[in-house]
Ligand binder design. Sequence first.
Ligand code: UT7
Length: 345
Amino acid sequence: MTKSIRTAPAPKGTGTLTTVDGVRHARIWGVGAYRPERVVPNSELVDRIDSTDQWIRDRSGIISRRRAARDESIIDMAEHAARDALAAAGLEPSQVGAILISTVTHLLSTPAAAPMLAERLGVQCPAFDVSAACAGYCYGISLANDMVRGGSAEHVLVIGVEKLSDFTDYDDRGSAFIFGDGAGAAVVGPSDTPGIGPTIWGSDGAQWQAIRQREPWLDAAGAPLDGHAVLTMAGQTVFRWAVWGMAPIAQQAIDKAGITIDDLDAFLPHQANMRIIDAMIKQLKLPADIPVARDIAETANTSAASIPLATERMLREGEIPHGGLALQIGFGAGLVYAAQVIVLP
Ligand code: UT7
């Protein structure tokens, strides 16, 4: 028996949609940061992984990291960084048109962290999370740029926040020492001149196993798994990918922005490993007088928070100039990456 197929009605063809008017350019107007109070030196971690302070310093450049208090959530940390960024931009929370939180350590699959933060700030704007691991902040800046230029929001709050201590296996030699907690934020809004260059971004999903939550939430039979949902990392695989793969991406971001490397006032790479940063500098042939983010020494790897944390510190300490050009690049679990040149707030 053949099934009768309805003939779809013809479109009415009478309506023309009204679209929103965007702006030609966007830029970052302010950055903010939150570093949890507790400092955890390498010496606190080494016994459980049969390591030494010297080995961790030599292989990663990390001296210490911040750890959030047990009752301190990513929403708490995001709120501090968000208020700090809004103050730097000279804006009130009521002027926020959208909130975008980049994180992989929110403890609920739903709802997202962003609407919870919106409630804290007393606003009811569009709010959603981005899961792009250590590239999350650069993904967020790219989206915010497009939102402002497209007219879907006037000012967008982009936050990178992680409480990686909740997801760390402190008995795992390959990762126990690498992660830290913190939050960084930026406010993106309209500008008369270009403030965010084209984003070079992508993914290499064939390597999804290289950094991952060790187990899914349920086992193969669908039963909740005992034990902790910790992260695991094939360190050397990621190290090689970052060292050889990311410098060309950074160079493309420079080229697409229509500048040369000599025009940069800052290089702000994701803080994954000091040796990766040094290797990228070498491959890019970055001039020696351009300041480089080396926040990893005292902040460790805070994934989506690492670039805004480093940016805030370098601006506050007068190491890089307001209004200067900075190259930022994030890369991590997915594997995913994103790079762009920005005008510093
Ligand atoms: O943020 C997202 C992106 N993440 C990254 O980009 C992280 C990339 N990976 C890394 O940063 C590095 O791979 C690590 C810092 C995680 C590890 O450094 P590595 O130089 O790749 O160490 P390895 O795994 O190659 O190990 C070297 C040696 C081995 O000993 P042998 O075989 O040479 O005798 C390990 O057994 O170091 C040993 N080792 C350790 N020794 C003391 C491994 N882990 C430790 C440890 N303490 N924690």
